[in-house]
Design a protein around this ligand. Structure first.
Ligand SMILES: [Fe+2]
Length: 103
C-alpha cells in the first residue's frame, strides 16, 4: 500500500485545483445541455423571429463551450495536450473525428 503524505497547503491546493477543473467541466456540460435544449426548441418552433433569437442564443452557448474549454486547458494542461494532438491528426473540414494517432 502506498502512503502519500501531503502537507495541508499542498492538499488544499490539490483540492482547489480539482474543484476548479470540476467546475469548468460541469460548466461545459451545462452549456452543451443548453445547446441541446435550444436545438430542440428551434426544431419545434413555428415563429421565425423566436427561432432566430434562440439560434443566436444557442450560438453564444457554443462560444461559451469554447471559452470554458480554454479555461479548463489552463487548469488541466493534459486536456490541452490531447486536444492539440487530436486536432493535428484530423481534417476538421471532413469531420473525421476518429483521428489517426490515438493512444
Ligand atoms: Fe452560456
Amino acid at each position: 500500500m502506498t502512503c502519500v503524505n501531503l502537507t495541508k497547503e499542498k492538499s488544499d491546493k490539490l483540492n482547489q485545483k480539482f474543484t476548479n477543473q470540476e467546475l469548468l467541466r460541469s460548466g461545459i456540460i451545462a452549456e452543451l445541455d443548453a445547446i441541446n435544449l435550444y436545438q430542440s426548441q428551434i426544431e419545434n418552433i413555428d415563429n421565425e423571429e423566436s427561432k432566430k433569437i434562440i439560434t443566436h442564443v444557442m450560438n453564444e452557448e457554443k462560444e461559451h463551450v469554447a471559452e470554458l474549454t480554454c479555461a479548463l486547458i489552463k487548469q488541466d494542461p493534459s486536456q490541452g495536450k490531447y486536444l492539440k494532438k487530436f486536432l493535428k491528426t484530423v481534417d476538421i473540414d471532413k469531420l473525421d473525428c476518429i483521428g489517426k494517432n490515438n493512444d
